[in-house]
Design a protein around this ligand. Sequence first.
Ligand code: ZN
Length: 462
Amino acid sequence: MRITFHGAARNVTGSCHQVECQGKRILIDCGLYQGNREMAEENRNDFGFDPASIDFLLLTHGHLDHCGRIPLLSRLGFKGTVLTTAATRELARLVMLDSARIQEEEARYRNYKANRRRSREEQVEPLYNTLDALNCLDTFVDIASFDQPHDLCPGIRTTFYDAGHILGSACILLELEEGGKQRRVLFSGDLGYNGRAILPDPATPPHADTVIMESTYGDRLHKPLEPSIKELYQAINTTIARNGNVLIPSFALERTQELLYYLREGIEQERLPRHLQVYLDSPMAVSATQIFRRHRECFDEETWAVISAGRDPFELPGLEIIRDTAESMALKHVRGAVIIAGSGMCTGGRIRHHLRHNLWRREASVVFVGYAAGGTLARQIIEGAEVVKVMQEEVEVNAEIYTIGGFSAHADQQELLNWHAQTGQPERTFLVHGEVEAMEVLAAHLMETKVEMPDLHQSFEL
Ligand code: ZN
């Protein structure tokens, strides 16, 4: 029995771990590397194993950094089964198809530029294409439900537990048996935390002797949620009062649905105007919201109460869905409205168009509700740049800027430690999915377990 870390090793993207037992090879996640160009190039490197040799892939959730290399895996010979929840299968489909489209567009653009220079040798192939994404979906099989063991083969059993991170997300337990030796190996996946909208709290994890835990926020504590919601309402009310637009750059999965949920609640509680005009200008977020509506089995009690009262948790009286590009462009004439658009870090997508038309206006505001990596347009604005470049044009930043930190999808240090404490003093804990600094701080708090911070492609005997 052995485990090898083929991704998210001392960084936060490209999750991919391999377990070998009973002559079978099992992957847990197969995510894309995201971030700067160097990271993106990592996607083109060898997986560190032969894709054709993998029997099973257990998928924790539908974020790109966990499912984004499955089409590539399939293109390079993977013939096994992908096991996951029904909600994750649908979200992964959306995310992988979107990623394929971006890969194709980027390759087309780079080739066009190379052709202009007549440098044929610089031609690039997309990492994978739409057909690869569609093909790999044939290998997906839904698990029956959370908490129910499933035998992969004699000696290997798996159980999925609700991780409370995004719709359908799971922690995964592997119960392994080989040569008289037994091992209980628990993968946290990405962990949510208690008290968030829409999703139930993360399930109590089972006991394990080996734990593989994410450590994204291993070195910090989140701001509480309620003051963040209050700040969101206040930002909207003051901006609307002066007839400005509120731009909210948002991630299409989970964050946008949370925003719709809080906006609806704000209107119902009369903390926001009843006829608040809200434009959801992101085709991907619209599709994701439809997937949420189809998977009520993933909702918490509060969301069920909304449904039982005959209401839609994501519907607002003044909500308008924008799919068409021309309709999106026409929003430049709108005043006194909330505009939700992607991408969350303003690196692409329709939000850039809205920033160009609103950033220079004193009456407008921009509300950041998610993580903004260094070097992104979002980060420049957050850090107080007076002028920024948006779509090749210099735009003055006169709008009011809000950074609301309480809407994270990840557990913070205390929540990670609480979750770990429930796994019953595992002998060994592998920290993954975190920057080294965050891991080291978290490791110092983990007593009575041997902590490892594996390097890329590093193997351990279980
Ligand atoms: Zn995630």
